[in-house]
Design a binder for this molecule. Structure first.
Ligand code: PMP
Length: 422
């Protein structure tokens, strides 16, 4: 039987709290999702039961912690469809660190003038700024695939940019502002035909849809635990084994070495070569519990639930003539987020007035300043949904937008403030 949001909510006690005397309506899931009991219980089990460093002690607690931490790598490899298991799954702090790992391990040591990196206009800064720095430091060319007016990556433009000079192509699987799902397999083909590797930013897709890195043809796939019902401080990087074997380590120190003398060091096997120092042990084990939790719900159900909520939100927002929404239109596939602006209302004012009604949304540039330049708006308000959200909460959002407008109207359109209208 399919789950329903009402029963899912019971796993998330935080959703029972009030904000400003109103029930919490949490619509900021693209930033961070809430964490179910099944995941945060892992912290108590770990710290009350077998807290110890991994791979170091011969004692029982260390052995138990090591086994659980290693098994968590296998679980996440399975969650994203990596056939190579733990050797292809590196735990990092988040998507940002995962992308930086590829930059430091592969791009910075290898790329030079005459090489090129291709990415898109819809990048999160985690990707855009990283490739910008790679280009600056290596002399490689950085090319951006256009985003069309209806919020898709322009595949024809990509074809014209991806030539034999290109060493790396980096795309977001799902845009954190537009909700667009990128045709990653097409990008994999284009990249591989040009002899380039494909990096997929999966920060918004791993939480929201079934992921199979082999099927999509990704060479690297980066994601964050805190966006997929997991804890903060942990993320992952899938990498193709042969590439990871060739790559330079990102950080140096304990855990990542095999043998050290005063003159030289050799590196540990995968994935430990890329996990220097004491890792986030409890967080890693809890991330595996998050993968179990989502798989129990069913990732197809998660995807469909997200899409249903996004379509409903789009329908209600687009029915107003004072609201502009961004990204794919009604009926088109998108994940559970809608970014929008209300005429004449600054996003920060709106989100602050929504907060007075217990509604959490995000306003600003969502770490995508160049995309907002492309959309020709300084920022947007983003409502983003997850497994526990309901259409009633979207109705509450729409009512609160009406209230906010009425309040701002009364305030700003009074004679006293008329000259401050923007
Ligand atoms: N890429 C995308 C598409 C994102 O939405 C985010 C988070 N907003 C990131 C990268 C960065 O994730 P983190 O802050 O967890 O590193």
């Amino acid at each position: 039987m399919s789950p329903d949001a009402a029963s899912v909510r019971e796993d998330f006690p935080v959703l029972d709290r009030e904000v400003k005397g109103e029930p919490l309506t949490y619509l900021d899931n693209a930033a961070t999702t809430q964490t179910p009991r099944q995941v945060y219980d892992v912290f108590e089990e770990f710290y009350a039961g077998y807290n110890a460093n991994v791979h170091r002690g011969i004692h029982e607690l260390s052995h138990e912690a090591s086994l659980a931490y290693e098994a968590a790598h296998d679980r996440l490899a399975e969650f994203v469809g990596a056939a190579g298991g733990r050797e292809e799954m590196i735990f990092t702090r988040n998507t940002t660190e995962s992308i930086n790992l590829v930059a430091h391990g592969l791009a910075l040591p290898e790329f030079g003038p005459g090489d090129a990196v291709v990415t898109t206009e819809m990048e999160h800064h985690a990707s855009l700024v990283t490739w910008q720095q790679v280009a600056k430091r290596t002399g490689a060319d950085l090319r951006f695939v256009r985003v069309t007016d209806d919020g898709h990556v322009d595949v024809e433009h990509a074809k014209s940019l991806i030539d034999d000079d290109v060493e790396l192509v980096s795309v977001p699987h799902v845009s954190n502002v537009l909700g667009t799902v990128t045709p990653v397999s097409t990008f994999a083909e284009l990249a591989h035909d040009a002899g380039a590797v494909l990096v997929v930013d999966g920060a918004q897709s791993a939480p929201t849809r079934p992921v199979d890195v082999e099927e999509m043809g990704a060479d690297f796939f980066a994601f964050s635990g805190h966006k997929m019902a997991g804890p903060t401080g942990i993320g992952g990087l899938y990498g193709r084994k042969d590439l990871l074997e060739e790559m330079e380590p990102f950080l140096y120190g304990g855990e990542m070495i095999q043998h050290v003398t005063f003159d030289r060091s050799t590196w540990n096997g995968l994935p430990w070569k890329f996990e220097a120092g004491t890792p986030p042990i409890a967080e890693g084990i809890a991330l595996a519990a998050a993968a179990d939790y989502l798989d129990d719900l069913g990732m197809e159900w998660v995807r469909d639930h997200e899409n249903r909520l996004a379509q409903y939100a789009l329908e209600r927002l687009n029915a107003r003539d004072d609201v502009e929404t961004y990204g794919p239109g009604p009926g088109e596939e998108r994940t559970g987020l809608v970014a929008f602006n209300v005429d004449g209302v600054h996003g920060h004012d709106l989100s602050s007035l929504l907060n007075d009604r217990g509604i959490a949304v995000r306003a600003g540039d969502h770490c995508t300043q160049p995309l907002h330049d492309r959309l020709d708006v300084p920022g947007s308000v983003r409502a983003s949904f997850y497994v526990y959200n309901t259409t009633e909460e979207i109705d509450r959002l729409l009512d609160a937008i009406d209230d906010a407008e009425a309040k701002l109207d009364a305030y700003l359109r009074s004679d006293r403030y008329a000259d401050r209208l923007y």
